[in-house]
Write a protein that binds this ligand. Structure first.
Ligand SMILES: [Zn+2]
Length: 65
């Protein structure tokens, strides 16, 4: 027999370990040039565009700090 774990891992510990195992879904964005789904922070697969479309809306909120 090979090496075996000394104790049974409780469901909680096992599940907590496995909670880290899942691969995250790549964050998808939409290419502003050809409007196809592309990975954000990557160049577009279809047209090779990489860049941002400038938004004119200002997100500056007046904060009373
Ligand atoms: Zn594109």
């Amino acid at each position: 027999m090979g090496a075996l774990p000394k104790r049974k891992l409780s469901k909680g510990r096992r599940d907590r370990r496995r909670s880290q195992d899942k691969l995250s879904v790549p964050s998808l964005g939409i290419c502003p040039k050809c409007k196809k789904a592309k990975r954000s922070h990557f160049a577009c697969e279809y047209c090779g565009f990489y860049g941002k479309v400038e938004k004119t809306e200002s997100k500056a909120e007046p904060k009373s700090k």
